[in-house]
Design a protein around this ligand. Structure first.
Ligand code: HSE
Length: 434
């Protein structure tokens, strides 16, 4: 059996998990790879007591791994887009295959890195970059290759999902749950990446590019976080039969591609609405296969290592082979990528949940419905709560039908100008995911 030398850069949560699973399941992994996979060099500033690296060459300078002539595959697990990018470029230029779990790096610099890899006749693989242990990249790139993908939607940030689940089930406040998510190690080094949707946007743009065969366009993802979702809206959504989830959604429309991350009301009857805690799930709708669902741990040491090692196995089969059997990085040949535009958020089509603080007197509701009706928006459901004693404004909860977002935003502006309406109207998008 040929020997494949792997260099791991970064020995944190995912790096140590990768090292441990590779050594624990060595026989099965080698049999699948038809190779003897050896971790022969580690680049890490300090050892990690979670793994026994006795006998492995360890360099404090990670670039020593990229320069090591014996390394066939460099595994980048340091994160970030500065040093990590330099490291990956150096490895590719030195003719090494790269495996990475770095979603930010692929989302923001993937187009450039894929070209460098192609020019040096090596590959860059990133199964672990999206949804941790769920093999969604392989499923989209290979398993669903027969299909025209119509849309996909997913819960792809575990921290955000954990926060929303705790708010719904225990009525806890946002800040309080975020602190717990950080203590449990779910959150990114900068937790605003989780709660403001940047992490989910990184993952979504990768999925969208593979689904529709477009170059990565991270700067075009519409991103809205969950920091403004209040327990009140979680409660009212529940009364209407919905759960609020932080959803990444991409859909092919005739005039372009929708690409958006935001809090979303989903009917409780949908499987996605029942994905709780730190778990991730993605629904992909293909024209031939119909809807398919992928569910599993979206983060964590060995769960993410599972995806990293899947890439190591796949790439090991290529090492030393003359025939190019590699799957292109985005599934489509790089010279066949389409130039479909990403639609601005105003042109996307969606339904809305509105919470309006209105004076409880005759005629107010009819004015609001008139504004919506003038904009061609019909009301799907409505709840008005009885005012409590001395309460001047009562919450009015409206679910609209699907409409072009700009029309809804214009109607909301008019509603906000009514002197019988207080404060800004709370609005959250709704997706039926049919
Ligand atoms: N912070 C990320 C999450 C880790 O919560 O999903 C996995 O990408």
């Amino acid at each position: 059996m040929k020997q494949v030398n792997v260099g791991i850069c970064g020995l944190g949560t995912v790096g140590s998990g990768t090292f441990n699973v590779l050594s624990r399941n060595k026989d099965d992994i080698n049999a699948r790879a038809a190779s003897n996979i050896v971790v022969s060099h580690i680049g890490a500033r300090r050892p990690n007591s979670a793994c026994d690296t006795t006998g492995v060459n360890i360099s404090a300078d990670i670039f020593a791994v990229a320069e090591d002539p014996d390394i066939d595959i460099l595994v980048e697990l340091i994160g970030g887009t500065t040093v990590a990018k330099d490291l990956v470029v150096r490895a590719l230029q030195n003719g090494k295959h790269v495996v990475t779990a770095n979603k930010a790096l692929i989302a923001e610099f993937g187009n450039e890195l894929f070209d460098i890899a192609k020019n040096h006749k090596v590959t860059i693989s990133y199964e672990a970059a999206v949804a941790g242990g769920i093999p969604i990249i392989g499923a989209l790139r290979e398993g669903l290759a027969a299909n025209k993908i119509e849309w996909l939607a997913g819960i792809i940030n575990g921290t955000g999902n954990f926060i929303l689940t705790e708010m719904r089930d225990k009525g806890r406040e946002f800040e309080d749950v975020l602190e717990e998510a950080q203590a449990l190690g779910y959150a990114e080094a900068d937790p605003t990446f989780d709660v403001e949707g940047i992490d989910a946007a990184h993952k979504l743009v990768i999925l969208s590019s593979i689904a529709f065969g477009t170059p990565l366009q991270f700067e075009k993802v519409f991103t809205e976080g969950i920091s403004k979702v209040s327990p009140l809206d979680v409660f009212y959504a529940g009364e209407l039969g919905y759960s609020i989830k932080h959803l990444g959604l991409t859909r092919k429309r005739e005039n372009g591609i929708e690409l958006r991350v935001h809090p979303t009301l989903i009917p409780k009857t949908r499987l996605l609405a029942n994905v709780d805690g730190v778990m991730n799930a993605i629904v992909v709708k293909g024209d031939a296969v119909g809807p398919t669902l992928y569910y599993g741990a979206g983060a964590g040491s060995e769960a993410t290592a599972s995806a990293v090692i899947a890439d190591i196995v796949r790439v090991s089969r290529l090492v030393g082979e003359r025939v190019n059997l590699n799957v292109p990085p985005l599934g489509y040949s790089l010279d066949k990528l389409s130039s479909d535009d990403v639609l601005p958020i105003e042109q996307t089509e969606t339904a809305f949940y509105l919470r309006i603080a209105a004076v409880d007197k005759p005629g107010v509701l009819s004015k609001i419905s008139q504004i919506l009706s003038d904009a061609g928006i019909s009301i799907e459901a409505l709840i008005q709560k009885e005012p409590k004693e001395d309460q001047e404004f009562v919450p009015l909860i409206i679910l609209t039908n699907k409409a072009i977002e700009k029309n809804i935003i214009d109607a909301i502006e008019k509603i906000e100008q009514l002197d019988t309406v207080k404060e800004n109207v709370v609005r959250i998008r709704v997706e039926s995911l049919k």
